[in-house]
Design a protein around this ligand. Structure first.
Ligand SMILES: Cc1cc2nc3c(=O)[nH]c(=O)nc-3n(C[C@H](O)[C@H](O)[C@H](O)COP(=O)(O)OP(=O)(O)OC[C@H]3O[C@@H](n4cnc5c(N)ncnc54)[C@H](O)[C@@H]3O)c2cc1C
Length: 458
């Protein structure tokens, strides 16, 4: 045990994973959450993105399952759909339908509230964890010399009466709206630099009934963007309760509408007609929800010359990415995993060691996410040297992933953060990528369109 008490602020994915990890290192862990929490899979106010499709990358899922053994079984029992993202998924990318093979990368597909609820249930079952919901962090408690955190002031939502919680470690997992930069500045620490990339991405998501007899030969359908030419995406993913979550999205304020006619019309303009054809005959289970995401942001704690000892920031509070790339939960999980490594070395200089390592890990993920976005010439961001070449290679590599088994498997492993992006640069893959890439007529033609009849079998 490294200390008597640790506090985590925010009980979304980053906070839940952190609290699970800390329960192994501290006698007691307190998780402070502003929202009231129910023992069910409910969307909630503090996580407005929760109603939208969340792709859970395999690396993130594996880290979550290592913190909470039994989680995968819980998810499956609750109806999560386990599928191979290549074999089970019809995926249009780089102008072609990707060949479907067994990639060996299986994913769990469920609604975001279900995932969060199953993780929270596992956490709540730990004897040394206390979850304080309906309570919010109000400010830090600091040591007399101002160099180290010694706890958190919290208050019930809607009340001014503050309670002091002493702790040996405080972790901020309160998301993009985190107040840590302001609170640190208020204590005389330097301003936290922030990098932003404005993408103005919009999402619209709606749940649909998944008809029992519907079998067009795929379980999920993804229509990727091809920036800068094709700027809209669409996806159908199976989730628990015989449902589909269907999401449409676009960059640069090309927001999908949420009314019936507008949603359908947006789907009609996607790169292929398959999603539209499914939508035409599908039964919605409620209204569509929208989400507007203005910019990716990275608060550079790793650059601060002075830090508050015993304070760590994880998840979106540290760095949040364009959601279209599906990296948020897994990047949070990677930070939590790294925090575990740092804790194994003890509490001395923990904040410095954590932010240095997490900062260099974020460099890679930030590059993966923004290189793709920066294909849009309208985006005002720094294009690092060689980014044009990286884009060119990436595009050719994507084309290779439509037909070459090794490229497909490698891409899935890189996308799911199981392997680093350098895996796409093995000599053999570079050679294949640079060679001419004829496309089989079957891939060019693509899957048959689902018919209305197929959907009505239910
Ligand atoms: C539209 C959309 C789609 C996304 N899709 C994906 C995807 O496909 N795959 C993926 O991996 N990621 C996706 N993400 C990102 C993902 O949702 C986040 O990265 C993930 O939830 C981790 O966030 P977090 O836990 O750091 O913060 P958040 O999820 O923002 O949660 C912050 C928590 O802190 C609480 N809180 C805030 N302030 C206080 C306070 N003062 N005191 C106490 N509690 C507080 C809030 O109530 C909330 O519970 C998507 C994001 C968006 C916007």
């Amino acid at each position: 045990m490294l200390g008597r008490h640790a506090i985590v602020c925010g009980s979304s994915m980053a906070g839940l994973l952190t609290a699970g990890l800390l329960a192994r290192h501290f006698e007691r862990v307190t998780l402070v959450e502003r929202d009231p929490l129910e023992d069910s899979a409910q969307p909630r106010k503090g996580v407005p993105q929760g109603v939208h499709t969340h792709i859970l990358l395999r690396r993130g899922l594996d880290i979550a399952a290592s913190i909470f053994p039994g989680l995968l079984e819980d998810l499956q029992a609750a109806g999560a759909q386990v599928m191979d993202m290549s074999a089970d998924c019809e995926w249009h990318v780089a102008g072609i339908w990707r060949k479907r093979i067994h990639s060996g990368v299986s994913m769990y597909s469920q609604t975001r509230p279900l995932f969060e609820w199953r993780v929270r249930s596992r956490l709540a079952a730990l004897p040394n964890v206390r979850i304080l919901d309906g309570q919010e962090a109000a400010s830090f408690l600091v040591s007399a010399d101002g160099t180290s955190i010694r706890g958190l002031k919290i208050r019930a939502v809607g009340s001014d009466a503050e309670t002091e919680l002493e702790a040996d470690l405080v972790v901020d997992a309160s998301g993009r709206g985190s107040r840590t930069p302001q609170w640190m500045e208020g204590l005389g620490l330097p301003k936290v630099e922030e990098t932003q990339l404005k993408v103005d991405v919009g999402y619209a998501t709606r749940l649909y009934h998944r008809p029992a007899g519907f079998d067009p030969g795929w379980r999920a359908l993804i229509l990727s963007a091809e920036l800068p030419r094709i700027r809209r995406i669409g996806a159908i993913l199976p989730v628990e309760g015989d449902r589909w979550t269907i999401t449409l999205g676009g960059w640069l304020k090309d927001y999908p509408p949420t009314d019936d006619a507008g949603f359908l019309e947006y789907a009609r303009t996607l790169v292929q007609p398959h999603l539209y054809e499914v939508l035409r005959g599908a039964s919605p289970l409620g209204p569509a929800s929208s989400y507007r995401f203005a910019h990716s942001q990275w608060r550079h704690y790793e650059r601060l010359p002075r830090l508050l000892e015993r304070l760590v920031v994880v998840g979106d509070a540290y760095c949040s990415f364009n959601p279209i790339h599906g990296q948020g939960i897994t990047t949070s999980a990677l930070q939590v995993e790294w925090l575990g490594e740092c804790l194994r070395q003890g509490m001395n200089t923990l904040a410095r060691r954590y932010f240095e390592g997490a900062g260099s890990m974020l460099k890679g993920v930030w590059a993966m996410s923004t290189t793709e976005d920066l294909r849009l010439p309208e985006l005002d961001g720094v294009r690092p040297m060689g980014s044009g070449l990286a884009s060119w290679y990436g595009e050719r590599f994507q084309r290779l992933t439509t037909k070459d088994d090794e490229a497909i498997q490698t891409f899935m492993q890189v996308m799911h953060m199981i392997k680093p992006p350098t895996a796409m640069f093995s000599p053999r893959l570079v050679l294949k990528t640079l060679m001419r890439q004829p496309v089989s007529s079957e891939l060019a033609r693509g899957p048959a369109l689902p018919t209305q009849g197929e959907q009505q079998v239910a």
